[in-house]
Design a binder for this molecule. Structure first.
Ligand SMILES: [Mn+2]
Length: 373
């Protein structure tokens, strides 16, 4: 039996911060968030969130939608990005009042052992449908990445111009999100570009036989774009191969961290803006892997890397992009608040330092989505 987009969203989502399936862990943290968003906690917060979701479905709210993907099964070095949505939301809403410029529709429901439905046999799909939806015959996705894709598609069915900001999660979340985004913009006759901040290229074809994961999602989205150089990567510094390899083999455009340090972020951002303008790009998806920022500021992440861009450089670039490009959706990934090992003798307080950077970056991306050109 097939369901309407409203019914799907009601099955696929849960209250903000509740996407990590726990009974007691971080309960207080969830209550703080719910109090802030709804003025109540527990079942009352659940009701208040569901009412907001109904409002979105009914009124097609035209603000950027915020949702969380508490998923780190696509990671594989240090896990813990499943806690990103709960903590990054707090940091984001510390910087502006939720409701003023964005609309929080909650977290997607996550079975933490799953990645994508295509990896599952039908008996597992049925059993997970029973667990999530109480009905093994509902034709609904059960894995986090498959659900993320369906949530974005359902939002588009309700509002064809929906804009969203997703909070991950490991970086594999950007695969279903950009996939759904590109399909939709193509339908609307729009030409799409992706700005990708990261320490890594994420251009592996597969990792240990798994094709969609944190290290490979970009490779798998290249064919969906009109040209591979409609992906611009910024901040790369940890790669087994040099820039020329990736640019020549895959056709992407890259600015490594040394480019940023040698030429300054403003020059890199200007060149990126000119590149997209020259290509006639209508809409931009901006994805930000928090490890683009150096581990001296950001160590609460799965693969921290030293000597990256600074939070200020990131904000400078995003604010320049916001002025000249049409950023209509985006995400932040790989914030892992409980993974706060101190590397390279840094003395930053963690995870506060990482969360402050993540909050600033998220605020800048959501702000960027306000400007429509
Ligand atoms: Mn990444």
């Amino acid at each position: 039996m097939s369901l309407t987009p409203e019914e799907k969203l009601n099955h696929y989502l849960c209250a903000p911060g509740n996407g990590v399936f726990t009974v007691q862990t971080a309960k207080e943290k969830k209550e703080v968030l719910h109090n802030r968003l709804y003025g109540v906690t527990g079942e009352e917060a659940e009701k208040a969130w569901r009412k907001k979701l109904q409002e979105f479905c009914y009124y097609k709210v035209d603000k950027p939608l915020v949702f969380g993907i508490c998923h780190d099964t696509g990671g594989g070095i240090l896990r813990g990005a499943n806690w990103g949505p709960l903590f990054v939301r707090q940091a984001l809403y510390d910087r502006f009042t939720e409701g003023s410029i964005a609309y929080d529709i909650g977290d997607i429901r996550v079975i933490p052992h799953l990645l994508m439905d295509k990896y599952l046999n039908s008996a597992t799909v049925r059993s997970c449908r029973s667990a999530l939806y109480d009905n093994e015959h509902f034709e609904l996705a059960v894995s986090p990445l498959s659900i993320a894709y369906e949530v974005v598609r359902s939002a588009y069915e309700l509002n064809e111009g929906a804009r969203f900001f997703a909070i991950g999660g490991d970086h594999s979340i950007s695969y279903p999100l950009t996939k759904a985004y590109i399909e939709q913009q193509k339908k609307r006759g729009k030409k799409v570009g992706i700005i990708h901040f990261d320490a890594h290229t994420d251009l592996l074809q597969q990792r240990l036989g798994i094709d969609i994961c944190f290290g490979s999602w970009t490779y798998h989205i290249l064919n969906d774009l009109e040209r591979p150089y409609h992906v611009v990567q910024i901040g790369i510094r940890s790669s087994g191969k040099p820039k020329e390899h990736w640019e020549e083999k895959y056709g992407v455009k890259q600015y490594w961290n040394y480019d940023v340090q040698n030429r300054g972020m403003e020059a890199i951002a200007s060149e990126t803006i000119e590149h997209f303008q020259k290509e006639g790009i209508d809409e931009i998806y901006l994805t930000f892997d928090i490890d683009a920022i150096g581990e001296e500021y950001v160590s609460a992440t799965g693969t921290p890397e030293p000597d990256g861009i600074s939070p200020d450089e990131a904000i400078t670039a995003i604010e320049m992009f916001a002025k000249h490009l049409n950023i209509t959706s985006g995400d932040i990934a790989e914030v892992a608040p409980f993974v706060s090992t101190k590397h390279s003798g840094t003395d930053a307080d963690e995870p506060e330092s990482t969360l402050s950077a993540a909050g600033e970056v998220s605020r800048a991306i959501v702000d960027a989505m306000q400007f429509q050109k």
